[in-house]
Design a protein around this ligand. Structure first.
Ligand code: DX5
Ligand code: ZN
Length: 262
């Protein structure tokens, strides 16, 4: 445990060893690597995992090629559900070397960002809809040496992010309404991934594009073709069967689809 803490710097220079099962992997989310159009990462959402065996479940998913762990934080106000807080992040930090991607579905995120960062979060994302002072909140995340992400709900247009494209490390497109796992994918969100990729190419931004909600074997190809690069999947990884096998299958489908991108 001490060793893990000692070698981990929680910033962009943190370099993870290349797991043998991945031909390509981003190290610490280096934004200069974001122009690589085929860098696809799987971020299993622990929301669907067996919390009594969280460490084992994360290990299985990692063995299947997962390279980011997605942590869904819900406060019962911004979304009608409650999940977990910094203590779980702290425990997870000891259980994996993968980046912890904390998706804050909470009101007043500024109050909790320092605590999540201290607990071991590497990436922190906040909802555009929850932030009155979005620029300030994103800078607060960066001040805590975490990568800063912004999330948009299905009903929120990409254009609401115009003024923060230059400071965010990633944009997360919700493909379900946030609050619950195992919901049905909303196809009307696909055009937003495409638009984000177009804007990035046209204006030279370096954010990456993440998608979250209803991602499974039936939807993974279309989100990748639309431009998504970081794929959050809860139920499809931990719902049934073996997380390793599930992760492998999703990544394989995603990589095949990425070859078909125009
Ligand atoms: C929903 C969460 C998602 C959820 C995804 O509010 O943000 O991360 O866990 O679950 P699946 O993949 O089952 O739709
Ligand atoms: Zn999420």
């Amino acid at each position: 445990m001490l060793l893990l803490k000692g070698i981990r710097t929680k910033n962009r220079s943190f370099v993870r060893p290349l797991p043998p099962h991945r031909a390509r992997i981003s190290t610490a989310f280096d934004p200069s690597a974001t122009l690589d159009p085929v860098l696809i990462e799987l971020a299993p959402s622990i929301l669907a995992a067996d919390f009594a065996h969280l460490g084992d479940q994360v290990e299985r998913a990692t063995a299947g090629g997962a390279s980011v762990i997605h942590v869904d934080v819900m406060d019962g106000h911004f979304v009608p559900n409650l999940t977990l807080g910094p203590p779980v992040v702290k425990s997870l930090r000891q259980a994996t070397r993968l980046p912890l991607d904390c998706h804050l579905m909470i009101e007043n995120p500024d109050l909790y960002i320092p605590e999540f960062a201290d607990a071991g979060a590497d990436w922190i994302s906040v909802h555009q809809e929850a932030c009155r002072h979005l620029n300030r909140t994103l800078n607060l995340i960066k001040q805590h040496e975490c990568l800063a992400g912004v999330v948009i709900n299905p009903a929120t247009p990409v254009e609401t992010l115009t003024e923060v494209f230059d400071i965010v490390d990633y944009v997360l497109v919700m493909s379900v309404n946030p609050g619950f796992g195992a919901q049905r994918f909303i196809p009307a969100t696909l055009h937003k991934m495409k638009k984000l990729a177009e804007i990035r190419a046209a204006r030279g931004y370096s954010y990456r594009i993440e998608v979250d909600g209803g991602i499974g074997m039936d939807t993974v190809a279309e989100v990748v073709r639309a431009g998504a690069e970081i794929l959050v999947a809860g139920n499809a990884v931990f719902g049934k069967g073996d997380a390793k096998v599930n992760a492998q299958a999703l990544l394989e489908a995603a990589r095949s689809a990425s070859l078909l991108r125009v």
